[in-house]
Design a protein around this ligand. Sequence first.
Ligand code: HEM
Length: 522
Amino acid sequence: MSIKLIKVIQDNMLTSRLTGKWVWCSSRSPPHTLSSRQCQTVSESPSSGSTGREAEEGNGAPPTQDEIRPFGEIPGPRSLPIIGTLYHYLPVIGQYTFSRLHHTGLLKLKQFGPIVRERLVGDVTLLLLFDPRDIETMYSTEGRYPMRRSHTALEKYRLDRPHMYNTGGLLPTNGQKWWDIRRRAQKVLSRVQSVLTRLPHINKVTRDFNDLIDSVRCPQTGLISNFLDLERRLFLELTMVATVDVRLGCINRSSLNIVNKDAEDLLHAAHASNSCIIHTDNGLQLWRIALKYVEAKEEELRKRVDRRERGVDEDNDRPLSVLEYFILESGLDKKDILGVVCDTLLAGIDTGAFTMSYVLHNLATNPDKQELLAAEARTLLARSGGEVTSRVLSEARYLKAVLKETYRLRPVSIVVVTQNQVSCRLPEYFPDPDKFLPERWLKKENINPFLVLPFGHGPRACIGRRTAEQNLYTAVLQLVGRYNIGWLGRELDCYSNLINEPDASLEFTFLPRAAAGGVQYS
Ligand code: HEM
């Protein structure tokens, strides 16, 4: 998704505090030329023993014309006419690979330093940032309507069907049009209080998921092979409950072998889209299913209004669900609602499932950390009668540290600046960078906030962040509270698709904690 940076880099210049060569300039210079007007920071080379930050804070003097270098001089892999740098990615002979962007990113950092320019192909130029201070600078210039250039196939698909969609949806739309949808949708999708109203449903789904685990795990070893299949079902169920108030039933034991067409279509569409294979019928499947649930909700609301008029609406004080809010209060029209519902279904399933895979893998391969989390779960859930409540979530400090450490080591999303995943494993930012140490987030170590950004940053950051985190916290706490989780799979890394996904089959074991000498809550 670094492609998203193109607009920014054509309009601005960057600074690398490590080499002292580049200057970020907020002026709108023409591409590939420079101006020292309004330049904000100056840097010094590491040999001076001073950090860029110190230089910046020291005299704040604007850079001289000599210090400012043309954009085209930013180092990077050699680019050929027409094919750009694509030849570097050829199988066998190429030094880079698109399927492991974190390895490729590290190699580029070693070869070219903390700012890398890459003309990929045609007019597509990427700028890779590794220094969190540059990342911060980049975000600070994004303005009110940060521009993104991703999901362009999805955008084309939708714009070609004006009878179904008003816009390309949240993911690819830019400018005022993007903000018109975003400001209406985020009121219900992002607000803490609104997200918390869905917690009891989320808690119920995750407990059902535990029961499912109980019935499918091998009674002797606890093994569940290909656990990712179940996780994707879980996050589909959670996303449907959170967005369209529907229990699909795809994590019921009885439904495991029965094909639920909506569930299968949704899982397929979300995965295919995230793998950049936007078959035209995916859009249609998704849209049809979204339409079905939106229309069912409209009908339900009509009946409710009718009941209310007759004074027999027993459900009067219940807070509005997401879909009810969209229909009744958001000001979004039906086509926009369908677009946002499709976007949340596309964005909420694999991201959650893959993140949970890495959380569980980290816990299973670090049993001492798992025990600390289990102790926290035991204390908090015993107090709440086994329910994950808002109080439990507010007190679950170790759980949050576990998630944060997993975002650091295994971010599933390749954000605007793809290189956070590389920088997060550099020893200059994190001692013992490859170790899973949730404690580093409890000690209030001085960690630059622009290093770990799994949901992005600023006005365009993930609209579903609170929903996603509530889902993950609840599911992980319930699981670790009930099971001792082990790992029988091979070493786990990730493939880079549109998002990073586990590159090996997930072979987890689940042994009830009660059997292992722990406490059971339910
Ligand atoms: C662990 C789970 C998730 C992760 C790591 C994640 C991460 C991200 C990231 C990095 C972005 C792009 C930010 C940017 O462009 O600057 C994004 C955008 C988005 N996410 Fe998520 N996400 C997750 C779950 C969800 C869920 C559950 C939903 C739905 C409720 C969702 C809906 C969206 C939407 C609609 C956008 C586009 C927002 C816009 O462009 O205005 N995401 N997400």
